[in-house]
Design a protein around this ligand. Sequence first.
Ligand code: PMP
Length: 368
Amino acid sequence: MTEQLARLNRLPLRDDLRGLTPYGAPQLDVPILLNVNENTHGLPKSVREAIAISVERAVAGLNRYPDREFTELRDRLAAYLGHGLTSENIWAGNGSNEVLQQILQAFGGPGRTAMSFPPTYSMYPLLASGTGTRYVTGRRSDDFGLTAESAAEQVRAEAPNIVFLCTPNNPTGTALSLDVVEAVYEAGAASEAIVIVDEAYGEFFHAGTPSALELLPGRERLIVSRTMSKAFALAGARIGYMAAAPEVTDALRLVRLPYHLSAITQATANAALEHADALLANVEDIKVQRDRIVSELQDLGLKPAPSDANFVFFGGMEDPRAVWEGLLEAGVLVRDVGIPGHLRVTAGTEPETSAFLARLRELLAAGI
Ligand code: PMP
């Protein structure tokens, strides 16, 4: 046990938090950061200027609490998502992590169960433990796939209160077909399960892949969560949101802290949404880099999973740790997500992606 952990354990910590480690990818100071699925392309100058003007206006009113209902932001998010959604269907938080936490606060908690299908987003178990929700895991096939029949059968057997479905899935990058979502929703009827479809990377779907937003009408237990951290290049601003039936947003009002979205956050998000086209223009290039990574890794004899996200999960290396270290030596940080034999890389700009691929080629040629 580390000294730090020993000190922590001397505190009267909740029993269910003992022994847990906090979420955290290494934050290293290297030139090419391809480890946490950020938008590597940054914000266009025109959008930066628009945000600065909007924030400046908000600063003038900082002596007052912000709009608790973030009405303008909810209107703009509904318009952005389309699918006939209105502001009544929308809720936002400081990152989609906060929205997910609020969903667990409202629908999970002691005596209740949340379920997901690993490997998937590593915050789900931590959000569950933070809210005292029991966490159970379902199984995927050996190639990390999940079929409607298998998912539905497992949900029926566990009868959870909450199910997380992540699509495109982090860390594998693979998309779920909507029949899995529909089947899980039906299978969750007996336990009245809230089904959360986490589409944090939804804007990176290949053209023609449908979003679970399509399934919302008539499904009051279905929630689709999204974020401005990825496609909108605003990870540092902390803005995530969800779309669901209006009564779900009412449930989240019961647990949110008053004025949880600061006036600065609202001003930033509103300006970014006003310039959504300019911001989302980079999404297309990121998809090009992503597809390029998949095909070049295949050419190198590695095994990339098909990706609908802004990152690629790949196996086929003899010694992934040595590859990770070799890339780091060349100033390229990728992610070891703790799945044996695999690494995950975020799609960079064209030069960043080229640097990653060139170094990887060198390492493999050197027999690493
Ligand atoms: N869901 C998934 C699948 C993610 O990968 C992330 C970020 N890594 C999030 C949610 C949370 O993102 P944020 O809080 O920045 O919106």
